[in-house]
Write a protein that binds this ligand. Sequence first.
Ligand code: FPP
Length: 246
Amino acid sequence: MEEFNDNIQGRVPTHVSIIMDGNGRWAQLRGKERVYGHSHGVESVRACVEAAAETGVRYLSLFAFSSENWGRPEAEVNTLMKLMFKAIADEIEALKKQRVRFRVLGDMSRLEPALVEAIRTAEAFTEPEDGKEPILDLIIFLSYSGKWDILQAAKRLAEAHASDPAGTENATADEFASYLVTSGIPDPDLIIRTSGESRISNYLLWQAAYSEFLFVDTLWPDFRKEEFRSALKEYAKRDRRYGKVK
Ligand code: FPP
């Protein structure tokens, strides 16, 4: 591990975010139903959590289900929600043991109450009891879209200043960001999208302002530790200037 960290000269991203894409195609290539790809995708989630913890990434976020994904056939939506239930039940003990804090962000009002309850229980369970920082925050974006997040933040900001128009007038970008569901989480340094697609698909629109992007051809069920580490090596080569000159 030390050797790996040496190779990337201490340039490990604090927050890596992944648009997990290509489960359906992976299954199709094997003559199987799409759900077969999704369940193998859970294995990739586990591998990336381990790789992130091992390499010193502090936040790993994953786009698991977008607001637009509600428009998929009902059977697939139901299967994905069941998979989420099962993944929580199967993985939560191991996450706690690894000192990984589990969090889910998105429009919870569209989820089944039982799933919301399982999520809240899992979040509380992985909250470190000793008050120490977790090794890794694993953030799952579920029923999430960037436009939804920006809109709900705008509404909450307006509400907070309802009786104080000057407050809205003087609002800063930092204040606005405190109303996004990602408040308190650093913006992603690196956003990876798998499966050869090169688009943001209504993901972290505000938070991605200065993220580095990496588009890889690997389909999500094949994106494991080695691919995660290669992505970090690629990130280490990037020159981030944030609109300034060096
Ligand atoms: C994209 O592949 C993947 C999804 C919409 C679902 C991602 C879900 C998982 C990996 C499983 C559950 C996740 C967690 C965090 C436990 P696609 O279906 O769009 O693939 P395609 O583009 O080939 O059709």
